[in-house]
Design a protein around this ligand. Structure first.
Ligand code: IMP
Ligand code: MG
Length: 183
């Protein structure tokens, strides 16, 4: 049955089944890449929390989990270009192989900033995993090492991604009805 919240969804872009199948593939690829190592999965909050939970279980490596919280959007659908750390790392990452887990790679501002930041903190290597990739919007020269799905230039919600902090708990990726933005 459709929830009240789902009445705001115009269309489904990626179904729950498609998400799970692709995350299984990503987990397998990361397993191959990091076998014998002990990487640190580093989730970029808040958007990555759902993806992170599924990805670490799809990749049965001996590994650690850490989070950093940043914001750049200030509750709009266009990036302000500035990145602010709202919750910093709680451990030393010197010499660690990082797997950055991001919900979506859009302009690239967030990941360009974080990559520099983690390198100055002494990370040994950085691998970027983005569930979604919107290459048409990129303004920074940065790419994901592993991307789940390429999406068109539309604002998407669900599976961790929000609009004004809502819709993160929708289990698939969808596009909102235009009237939702008008309110
Ligand atoms: P970037 O810094 O422009 O690459 O944007 C990265 C962040 O912006 C992501 O981690 C998201 O939190 C947010 N973002 C970008 N595009 C979307 C979208 O279509 N829906 C929801 N959040 C988005
Ligand atoms: Mg985010």
């Amino acid at each position: 049955m459709k929830s009240e919240m789902e009445n705001d969804i115009l269309k489904v872009l990626i179904t729950e089944e498609e998400l799970q199948r692709r995350i299984g593939e990503l987990g397998g690829a990361l397993y191959e890449r990091f076998q014998g190592k002990r990487p640190l999965f580093l989730g970029v909050l808040k958007g990555s929390f759902v993806f992170m939970a599924d990805l670490v279980r799809a990749c049965q490596l001996r590994s650690d989990v850490e989070f950093i919280a940043v914001s750049s959007y200030e509750n709009a659908t266009a990036s302000s270009g500035r990145v602010k750390i709202n919750h910093d790392l709680q451990q030393d990452i010197t010499g660690r192989d990082l797997i950055i887990v991001e919900d979506i790679l859009d302009s690239g501002n967030t990941l360009a900033f974080l990559k520099d930041y983690f390198l100055t903190k002494g990370a040994a290597s950085i691998t970027i995993v983005a569930l979604l990739d919107k290459p048409s919007r990129r303004t920074k020269a940065i790419d994901a090492d592993f991307a789940g799905f390429e999406v068109p230039n539309e604002f998407v919600v669900g599976y961790g991604l929000d609009y004004c902090q809502h819709y993160r708990n929708i289990p698939y990726i969808g596009v909102l009805k235009p009237e939702v933005y008008a309110d």
